[in-house]
Write a protein that binds this ligand. Structure first.
Ligand code: SF4
Ligand code: SF4
Ligand code: SF4
Length: 277
């Protein structure tokens, strides 16, 4: 197994240019999303989907702040944009992979999770299994699609297209352990500069999915970015369920065998009775 590779998306330096979305579409030859622009947000793709493997979320905020010159605690409000390029988390415990009956979803030598469209049968089991709502079936095609962390480029020694295209290094690609160290340092620096709200999301191996291969530095609560605050691997109860199902099947088989044994001895008893007449 090669070193585990990952993404660190530092949203504090994202400028919302969407070069990542475009580079992803171009490299992976993804179809368009219909060009729906509702003029309520610069977010025209809305969410991750079968044809949107990177999604740049735009969140417009108005927050109360205390005026530095005011002794009476007077407040004003500041407006800010939060921008974040979302992607498949390449979970350590990936429920999508657990439920796939065909082996279309598999874990690569880089410890990423990839779906092979030529093996996918379109059953859709993986879609509700993902705790982040990432994987999706394409309309008219039926098969499931999602970010592969540019598996083909990695095999060729290249970084994923989104990371390559990002002009601010908001998307960083590399060995996951190195990225985690870099991210801790970045959070500490931001906090020292007064950004108390800076935090990491998905970097901890003790979270509900065993840590993400693609994690984020956020400047607000995860929910603000449309991310679940406490994601849980949806297949966590499967081993216990299989144990229960196995025990139930054994007990049923035992009951049936006993019934046959009893029935057989009764029949033999009946024949003896008839022969005795
Ligand atoms: S984020 Fe969803 S689609 Fe991606 S690896 Fe995790 S469970 Fe699978
Ligand atoms: S839709 Fe495809 S990738 Fe998803 S579980 Fe079914 S076979 Fe596997
Ligand atoms: S390319 Fe980089 S800066 Fe531009 S939207 Fe994507 S993550 Fe943000």
């Amino acid at each position: 197994m090669a070193e585990r590779m990952g993404f660190f998306t530092d949203t504090s330096v994202c400028i919302g240019c969407k070069a990542c979305e475009v580079a992803c579409k171009e490299w992976n030859q993804l179809p368009d999303d219909g060009f729906v622009f509702e003029a309520t947000s610069y977010d025209n793709t809305g969410m991750l989907g079968a044809s949107t493997w990177r999604h740049v979320a735009f969140i417009e905020q108005s927050r109360p702040v205390q005026l530095p010159s005011a002794d009476d605690g007077a407040e004003d409000s500041v407006d800010r944009w939060l921008m974040a390029s979302d992607v498949c988390k390449h979970c350590t415990h990936a429920a999508c992979l657990d439920v796939c009956p065909t082996g279309a979803l598999f874990r690569t030598e880089f410890d990423t999770v990839v779906v092979q469209s030529d093996i996918c049968n379109g059953c859709g089991y993986c879609v509700p299994a993902c705790p982040y709502g990432v994987i999706d079936r394409r309309e008219g095609d039926g098969r499931a699609w999602k970010c592969t962390m540019c598996y083909d480029r990695q095999l060729g020694g290249l970084e994923p297209a989104c990371a390559k295209a990002c002009p601010t290094d908001s998307i960083q690609f590399g060995p996951l352990d190195e990225l985690r160290e870099r991210a801790e340092e970045r959070v500490a620096r931001l906090r020292a500069d007064g950004h108390e709200e800076a935090r990491l999301y998905g970097e901890s191996p003790s979270d509900g999915v065993g840590g993400a291969g693609a994690f984020f530095l956020l400047l607000d609560e995860p929910e603000v970015y449309g991310l679940p605050p406490d994601p849980l691997v949806t297949t966590r109860d499967l081993p216990a369920m299989w144990r229960w199902a196995g025990a139930a099947a054994l007990s049923l088989a035992g009951t049936v065998a006993l019934a046959f044994l009893k029935d057989g001895s009764l029949r033999r008893g009946g024949r003896h009775h008839r022969w005795g007449r």
